[in-house]
Design a protein around this ligand. Sequence first.
Ligand code: F6P
Length: 360
Amino acid sequence: MRLGIVTLGGDCSGLNSVIYGAYKTAKNKDIALIGFNDGIKGLIDNNYIIMDDKVCDETLLSRSGTILRTNNVYIHKLLNEGMSPSDIYEKILSNYESNSLDGLIYIGGDGSMRIAREMLSHNKDKMKIVAIPKTIDNDIFMTDFSIGFKTALDSIVENLERIRSTIASHERIAVVEVMGRDAGFLAMYSGIASGSDIILVNEFTHNFEAILKKIKSCYDGVKNHCIIIVAEAVELDGLKHNINATKLSKEYTHHTYNGVGKVLADKLVSHGYDAKHISLGHTQRGGITSIDDRIMGAAYGAKAVEMLMEGKTNKMLYMKSGNLNAIDIFHDDVTKKKLLRPDDEIVSFAKNMGIYCGEI
Ligand code: F6P
């Protein structure tokens, strides 16, 4: 057997662990593995490397990013240049066939899952895929925790330790903006793990007076500083801030957020507080891969190889309650987004500990 592996969409920690798990399993079963470089670009341009012991050594387990690199703009560039989707997918199929592949391990986010569906629909039964979901945002409906989430949390919480020492020394307020796109999981979990006072997420509305009241309570003569975690998509005064919309093609615009932390800190300064804003940005996508992401990533990689050996294809793997399961890649739930809900246990914990999480 000969399999391919590719990483698509934004990077996150744990991708290299998937590659490691897939490689070790393939090697153990005498299966050859090739790795396509640069995500969809490598599939289209037939740019790949042979995976061997040198490429896939043990350091992959802890290394963030992806050794195969990723590129999520190339397909839109080709579409903009007038190439048709069917020409693109035919090129991918022809490379798949010329490499005599028996299957492709396809690691990506929801956008990549949509591309996989189009590719499979176009190429009918000629391609076999097992897809693996990943994102630091933890917003994949099917999973409890997605690959990349736990390492991103480690990075945030580690940075918060550094932030707290200076903020406490000066009796200041820190407004720390974290990623997560529209989902508040990174904010909620990191806020709890770092002992933050206020956690603002996009899912729940908040009241500025209540924020001020909570801040005042932090200046009690003992604590005298305040840490606020704000998720990047939070609305302030009815507005989302610094939405960056990059139109990649007629059909697709890449949205990112950045700036609500500064707007909130400025507002607190105008109320007489010494507030500093810190946007952790892409530091959240790096760091040493957490143990959870290593094990989960390697398990996903190993399972994907097994599935392709057993002829179970065109599925997305997902992990729920510690078990790996598979769902048809065309199922609606595959691209469904998960958001924080007021009745999530984690939200109750935060509220019960006195953290202000919004008007819930
Ligand atoms: O989806 C992962 C994520 O890191 C989001 O949390 C963030 O909003 C976005 O990607 C940033 O995208 P980019 O790396 O394209 O700036």
